[in-house]
Design a protein around this ligand. Structure first.
Ligand SMILES: [Zn+2]
Length: 331
């Protein structure tokens, strides 16, 4: 009997290994995690380096493809490297969709709420869905993901969704996180992970200009880098996107975020606030169980589009591609 159990255990371990084969590795012993900018070249692709870290004796870069906005973690010794300051790297990669998106976000930085990129490709019919995972004691709102899978399984598999994640949520909800990763490993959804700060502090009484990340005593470096480290530890690949808690920021804060190489992502359709999605909208709902109205609105939206979805006339767009295409031809 014991042998049988052992065999079953060994078998289930093996199958979980094969399931995770294509997934992001978990970096469990990260040391010296820091911002590090430059140009990494491995023919035929050029990458902009954003971070450098060590894990179990190996050196890694977090890099972005400035044409496609795709990120990647790789060992440093595969690349020919030129270290640069942020300003030098930005002028070196000037004209790429990545640099254009950063510059556009900075131009829209004076608004106290909803700065950054808030709309993707107006020519397309369909939306980019973003769901925020702010700290919450409620469980993950799984309807969003199961309904997307049900509607899109015949037309768009995996269906893309961008999740804005906080360090605290990752700590509070390891099982929900595992469930999301499994949906992804089964090819049911594809997740772009957006940095949504570590602590996501919020005050019920402070005015917006002193609230969220603008609250006195906030350590922006900690909020950005600790979230990335927590993502890497949990096997999530950080993207180049950032969403401000409460969508609240000021010009100086936007610059601090773009100085980390991150593109602030706003929304033009926060469903729970009654904002209607248009073609190309970046839609915002909350996946943390705190905003069931927005999720219900999203599910109704999906149901109303069933026919268009089946005819591939209404799709979900990968946030990276939406932002990328928006800036491919822009000046
Ligand atoms: Zn939030």
């Amino acid at each position: 009997m014991k042998t049988v159990i052992k065999y079953l255990l060994a078998f289930s371990c093996l199958s979980s290994v094969s399931l995770t084969a294509g997934a992001q590795a978990n970096y469990l012993k990260i040391e010296n995690y820091k911002v590090y900018y430059g140009w990494a070249k491995h023919f035929p692709q050029d990458w902009m380096i954003l971070r450098r870290f060590e894990n179990q004796g190996r050196q890694y870069f977090l890099m972005v493809n400035p044409q496609t906005l795709q990120t990647k973690i790789d060992e440093t010794n595969f690349y020919q490297v030129k270290t640069m300051t942020m300003d030098a790297a930005r002028s070196f990669f000037k004209g790429t969709p990545y640099q254009r998106a950063l510059a556009k976000a900075e131009k829209r930085s004076v608004m106290i709420q909803d700065a950054g990129i808030e709309m993707g490709m107006p020519k397309e019919s369909g939306i980019s869905l973003t769901a925020d995972l702010c700290p919450s004691h409620r469980p993950l709102d799984k309807r969003i993901f199961t309904d997307i899978f049900t509607e899109f399984q015949k037309v768009e598999k995996p269906a893309p969704i961008a999740l804005s994640i906080t360090g605290i949520w990752m700590r509070q909800h390891p099982r929900d996180l595992e469930w999301l990763k499994q949906m992804e490993q089964k090819g049911e959804i594809y997740i772009t992970w957006i940095n949504h700060s570590f602590n996501h502090r919020v005050s019920k009484t402070l005015p917006l200009k002193e609230n969220f990340l603008l609250e006195a005593g906030t350590d922006i470096t900690y909020e950005v880098l600790e979230t990335e480290k927590a993502m890497l530890k949990n096997g999530l690949l950080p993207s180049v996107f950032f969403r401000f808690p409460g969508l609240v920021s000021d010009q100086q804060l936007v610059k601090r975020i773009t100085d980390f190489g991150l593109i602030p992502i706003g929304t033009d359709a926060w469903l729970a606030k009654g904002q209607q999605p248009q073609a190309g909208s970046i839609v915002l709902i909350h996946g943390n169980g705190n905003e069931p109205v927005g999720v219900a609105d999203f599910i109704n939206l999906l149901k109303s589009k069933t026919k268009a979805i089946a005819q591939k006339q209404w799709l979900l767009y990968d946030l990276r591609e939406s932002v990328d295409e928006e800036f491919e031809s822009a000046n």
